[in-house]
Design a protein around this ligand. Structure first.
Ligand code: NIG
Ligand code: FE
Length: 414
């Protein structure tokens, strides 16, 4: 691939020589270069700097030069929590909720996750692949360059493996960076409602050996929640998985604070995700841990729940990532631009904090920090080019506008 030089970038944002996980006050530091250039070679970032340094840094200019006059360039979004593979939408439950039903009531009646599981088990692997592929194309056009995708709508050996094989095919075909998470412990299937140990046994002794052998997952997830999996059940599953090298990335404290956060920290989870319901003790435990708190504000928005206490978490020195939770039940969309805007508007995150949480910290929450999440030499040339806009803060401010002009993945515009 010939080298490409982009010149006259109004603001090049997220420029980092060193890649560190950001926590607390450091989350507000978004390093930028004004009036900048960036050089791409073989799909990766080869050089960058201020326009006045161009001659010095690049004595010989490449043939292919693009003028980005007035545009802001930033790293593509790192969406570290999605359920992108699913069979059908669930707008009927959306209407039930408008009429007054709660998330827990819908789940108790066999709706919710079980509704999606029924539909998924009736779909073929090819059908699931083709709808997930469409969604992947859609989110990449909205600026997502790295994404985590979970299973969890199978809940049978066959269904879970089918989902994970779809994710494996997405990894093979797509040029986005993709991580795969096994979420067999999303809910108890109806047949195991009264026999939790038998389903946990199925996860550990039937699903996991195949997942391990075929290398179908990078991470293990459990929905730790009242009426779903208890902290003790989550610990049993996560400990059994360690032999396969799958680190935990967990659904924690969405509806209730039941000790899941403490268990996640004890398990040295890569991330604890959701966190709508956080006690003072939970916040304190997260702040002194290595676990990244991944906030999913569009799920709170869609379910009309309290938002995650982002301000308190950051001010307590936690490391925070932002993700879409793209799924048919609680967040039917994968627009990271809206996640960033909502985080500023409703959770009082600063634009810089939200962008960092949605890029570099999201990369860390998928262990992709060496290839994604910042403008750094050697990382993938995965870039968002905005339309001419006046400032970085304009991105979340103009929340209902599409500020993206073009997206580049591996040095090529999509
Ligand atoms: O992250 N809370 C658990 N899982 C999903 C929603 C699943 C569903 O409703 O289908 C979530 O919000
Ligand atoms: Fe989720």
């Amino acid at each position: 691939m010939p080298a490409t030089l982009i010149t006259n970038i109004a603001i090049l944002a997220g420029v980092r020589e060193q890649t560190n996980l950001l926590r607390g006050a450091a989350m507000a530091e978004l390093p930028v270069i004004e009036d900048a250039f960036i050089l791409m070679e073989d799909g990766t970032i080869a050089e960058y700097g201020a326009m006045y340094e161009l001659e010095l840094k690049l004595p010989q200019l490449p043939k292919h030069i693009i003028d980005a006059a007035g545009q802001i360039v930033l790293p593509t979004w790192c969406d570290s929590h999605t359920h992108l593979v699913f069979a059908k939408s669930r707008e009927e439950e959306f209407v039930d909720k408008i009429k007054g039903a709660t998330y827990a009531e819908i789940a108790a009646k066999g709706g919710g996750i079980l509704n999606s599981a029924g539909k998924l088990n009736n779909a073929t692997e090819d059908e699931l692949f083709s709808s997930a592929w469409e969604r992947l194309q859609e989110v990449s056009k909205m600026g997502t360059g790295a994404i985590e995708i979970k299973s969890g709508y199978g809940l049978t050996v066959e269904g879970e493996l089918k989902m994970l094989r779809v994710i494996k095919r997405l990894k093979e075909k797509s040029n986005l960076s993709i991580k795969s998470t096994f979420l067999g412990a999303h809910t108890y299937p109806a047949a195991y409602k009264e026999n939790h140990p038998a389903y946990i046994d199925c996860i550990i002794n039937e699903m996991l050996p195949v997942i391990g052998k075929e290398k179908l997952a990078d991470y293990i997830d459990v929905f730790c929640e009242t009426g779903f999996f208890s902290p003790e059940e989550m610990e049993t599953i996560c400990k059994a998985v360690m032999q396969y090298g799958l680190k935990p990335k967990l659904h924690i404290n969405q509806l209730n604070s039941i000790g899941g956060l403490q268990s996640a920290v004890k398990l040295n989870a890569l991330s604890a995700d959701h966190l709508e319901t956080m006690s003072e003790d939970d916040i304190a435990a997260l702040s002194v841990s290595n676990t990244i708190g991944t906030l999913l504000p569009t799920a709170a928005f869609f379910l009309r729940m309290q938002y995650q206490p982002a301000r308190k978490l950051i001010d307590s020195n936690c490391a925070i990532a932002l993700a879409t939770d793209y799924n048919p039940g609680s967040s039917p969309g994968g627009n990271m631009n809206f996640v960033v805007a909502l985080s500023c508007i409703q959770m009082k995150m600063l634009p810089e904090e939200a962008i960092n949480a949605a890029t570099i910290n999201g990369a860390f929450a998928m262990e992709l920090q060496n290839e994604a999440g910042s403008i750094s030499i050697g990382k993938k040339a995965n870039l968002i080019f905005t339309k001419p806009i006046p400032s970085i803060a304009y991105l979340p401010y103009s929340f209902s506008h599409n500020c993206i002009d073009k997206v580049m993945i591996n040095g090529q515009f999509i």
